[in-house]
Structure formats: C-alpha cells, structure tokens
Design a protein around this ligand. Structure first.
Ligand code: HEC
Length: 255
C-alpha cells in the first residue's frame, strides 16, 4: 500500500512542476470551445490580421469550416484570400521564413500549437500589451514580450496604447501600494491614448475571440471530445441500468 501511495505521489510531481512553470501574466481568459460565434470571429480576425505573417501549418480550412459550422462557399468567399490556397489546404503563408527574419529580425513562428506552448492567458495578455515605444524599430514594445519584433498589427482596432502613470487595482510590476486608497500607483500602466476603431471592451472581446480560435486550433479534437462527452455519459448511464436489470434477471433464481 505504501509503495502505491509513493507511486501516486511521484505521478503528481510533474503536475505541480507545470503549475509552477507559468510566468505571471496580467490578464487571463477561459477558452470556450462551444461558442461558435466567437471561434468564427476569431478565425476571421486571424486570416485578416495574422495570416500575412503566421501560418497554421497543422490546420486545414476544411476542418475549421466543419468544426466551426461554416459552409464551404462562405469560407471560400470570405476567408481564403490567396489564389494559391484551396479549401482543403492548410493555412499556409506566402512569405519565406528567411525573408521574414531579414525584415523583422525574427521569423514569425507558426501558431498552430502556440496556445499549447504559451497558454491562452499568455497570448491574450500579449495581444493586449503592445505599447508605443519610439525607440523600437517597429515603434512599439510589448509589456509581456520585451523587445518584441512583431509590429502592433491590431493598432487600427485598439488605437495607440501608451505607458502612463496611473492608479490601478492590479499589483503590476514596479507598482507601489497606496495604503490610504488600497490602489497601486504605477508608471507602467497601459492606457489607450488615441482611440482606434473599437472601444477598449470591444477590443478585449476581439482579442478574446482570436485567442479562443488559437485555443481551438491547438487541439481541434477537444471540441469534438467536449460535444461527445455528455452523449457518452448518457450512454453509460442507460447501459448501466440495462446491465443492472440483466444482472437481476440472471441471478433471480440463484441464492
Ligand atoms: C507583420 C508580420 C506579423 C503579423 C501580421 C503578425 N505577427 Fe505575430 N509575430 C511576428 C514576428 C516577427 C514575431 C516574432 C517576435 C519575436 O520573436 O520577437 C511574432 C510573434 C508572435 C507571437 C509570439 C510567438 C512566440 O511564442 O514567441 C504571437 C503569439 C503572435 N505573434 C501572434 C500574432 C497574432 C495573433 C497576430 C494577428 C493579430 C499576429 N501575430 C500578426 C510578426 C507578425
């Protein structure tokens, strides 16, 4: 028994190690793979704003269309912009990664498994944390990914975000707690100083949808598993009742 307990304890060690591994990020989000409208909007944003640079090599348009409930003609009309790409193709990009490295200083990585690599909280926070920094070649830096080579491609939607000195509720890095108000004073607070096409909460929702889509892409079968799970449980329950009745029938005359 003791041996088994030890084995169980050791089996749990990797979980705690993983839990400790995640660096702290300012925002968090809970993916909802059942929210088709959000996933569809996420895919629309992805092909419009991200696919110029980032491929999704392990995801096909056809699979996404099937999983997210989008008809083929709509996908072909609205989501496939390149004549080199067909409905059954993966989300390839035209850009050569060597060229990209020359242009940006770092190649834009494939994002199929990004949600599993970095986690959805990280992606969500990263996309919300670009801020104006004239000292950078792209004119922006990122509070979650310092000295990032990616330009802030969502700026037309979000507007210009800058670091300002302000009060916040969150204990951000370098913030000082004001004991009188219970708020934190920080000159690292990010604030939109020139509005974009979207209000801040609309923009957060768009980034949520985009991150939700990347969560789906990282593990497409999870969506199927979640849809299947209740059916399997109902089946097990009904089968359990039948098996129990059968057992009673078999054992009725044996005592
Ligand atoms: C103009 C090209 C370009 C576009 C468009 C672009 N990115 Fe990037 N992205 C980059 C580059 C270059 C990097 C590498 C940054 C680095 O390593 O410093 C990057 C890095 C990233 C990373 C971090 C990867 C990692 O783990 O290191 C994520 C996440 C990301 N991009 C998401 C997006 C999303 C989502 C969009 C669409 C809203 C997008 N990108 C649009 C160029 C681009």
């Amino acid at each position: 028994m003791k041996k088994q307990l030890f084995a169980l304890l050791f089996a749990l060690v990797p979980c705690t190690a993983m839990a400790a591994g995640g660096a702290s990020v300012p925002y968090s989000m809970e993916p909802d793979l059942q929210d088709q409208a959000s996933l569809q909007n996420g895919m629309k944003l992805y092909v419009n704003y991200c696919m110029g640079c980032h491929s999704l090599e392990y995801q096909r348009f056809a699979r996404a269309a099937h999983d997210l409930g989008m008809p083929q003609d709509l996908v072909e009309e609205n989501l496939i912009f390149s004549s080199d790409l067909a409905y059954n193709d993966q989300l390839h990009i035209a850009m050569d990664s060597g060229d990209a490295e020359g242009w940006f200083g770092a190649p834009p990585p494939d994002l199929t498994l990004e949600a599993r690599l970095r986690g959805t909280d990280w992606i969500y926070s990263y996309l919300l944390s670009f801020y104006k920094d004239p000292s950078r070649p792209t004119g922006v830096n990122n509070a979650v990914f310092d000295l990032v080579a990616m330009p802030n491609v969502l700026e037309p939607l979000q507007g210009v975000q800058e670091k300002v000195c302000a009060e916040t509720d969150r204990p951000v890095e370098g913030a000082e707690l004001d004991p009188l108000t219970g708020k934190y004073q920080s000159c690292e607070t990010l604030q939109v100083t020139q509005p974009g096409e979207m209000e801040p909460d609309e923009f957060e929702e768009a980034v949520y949808d985009l991150t939700n889509f990347l969560a789906y892409v990282g593990e497409p079968s999870k969506l199927q598993a979640q849809t299947l799970a209740p059916k399997v449980l109902i089946f097990i329950f009904i089968f359990g009742v039948i098996a129990y009745l059968l057992k009673r029938e078999y054992w009725r005359d044996i005592h």
